[in-house]
Write a protein that binds this ligand. Structure first.
Ligand code: MN
Ligand code: MN
Length: 286
């Protein structure tokens, strides 16, 4: 069933350094649903690209990548979180790097948990720092709050431009948070921000990196669950991914809602996954 798997994910699970899996769940999405279709659309889009990444001088045909397929999404959020945790845990236990294709952002929590002690870098338009939303603790609008409170002591967000007054206040009062808005990226430049973030994460040799695609401006990625104008460029997002790939032990791309564009956001998501794999692999060969 080659056509249903991510391009160039030809390795067995045993031989793989990277293991992709889809998590087709969008049950708590607050505006537009449809991210359940994103794993399939990213897989389709992945066949557009050459295996060779000239910027990084890595050929993905030489990289052992396995695609496990999709884990089973349930109607209940809690059950789905459990299934995703089990999938990510099995990959981590086997000494491989999990790459989760969401699905909505709530699914990041079990992946981070599976990776053990890590620093957390998230790109997102939204703070996702609510204690609960719509009566649900693990709603996609709350994922960063619970990652901070339960799982990590170093947290960096980049691309933020949406949140409640309370969420902004929480950021100001929490010393374990470094948060950069999309306007900060614009005014400081991504290079200056990455220098600060690297200093903050110094001594933290394992990072989990999460890409909520709405970090990117909806002009580049219209097919999103909660699009927010004035976002980051895909190039700046790629720069962040390449910079932190060497320390990254788990990665995800979430919140693409493919029905709202013509494959644009899924194409970008697939490309950024491929770029992450190439950058990480290059660092592993050094
Ligand atoms: Mn999010
Ligand atoms: Mn978001």
């Amino acid at each position: 069933m080659k056509g249903n798997l991510f391009a160039d994910a030809c390795s067995s699970f045993e031989d793989a350094a990277f293991v992709l899996f889809g998590a087709p769940f969008d049950g708590t999405s607050s505006y537009r649903t449809g991210s359940r279709w994103a794993p399939m659309e990213m897989r389709k889009a992945s066949y557009n690209f050459e295996t060779y990444n000239a910027d990084l001088d890595v050929d993905l045909a030489d990289v052992p990548v396995h695609d496990m397929g999709d884990c089973e999404a349930h109607s209940s959020l809690e059950e789905t979180l459990g299934v995703v945790f089990d999938a990510a845990s099995a990959i981590v236990r086997a000494g491989k790097i999990p790459i989760m294709m969401g699905g909505e952002h709530s699914l990041t929590y079990p992946c981070v948990k599976a990776c053990g002690r890590v620093g957390f870098v998230v790109m997102d338009a939204h703070h996702d720092l609510r204690q609960e939303y719509g009566g649900q603790k693990y709603n996609h609008a709350c994922v960063s709050r619970h990652v901070i409170e339960d799982l990590v002591d170093r947290y960096v967000s980049i691309g933020i431009r949406s949140g409640t007054r309370e969420e902004y206040e929480y950021v100001r009062q929490n010393k374990n948070i470094r948060s950069y808005s999309a306007s900060d990226v614009d005014s400081m430049g991504i290079g200056a921000i990455l220098k600060e973030v690297e200093a903050y994460l110094d001594g933290c040799d394992r990072i989990y990196m999460s890409l909520d695609m709405d970090a990117i401006d909806p002009a580049y990625a219209p097919g999103l669950g909660t699009p927010e104008p004035f976002g980051m460029t895909p190039r700046d997002v790629r720069t962040v991914i390449r910079r932190f790939a060497p320390k990254t032990v788990g990665f995800d791309v979430v919140e693409i809602s493919p029905e709202y564009d013509h494959g644009t956001a899924a194409l970008l998501g697939a490309k950024l996954i491929r770029d992450f794999i190439a950058a990480k692999w290059k660092s592993m060969q050094a």
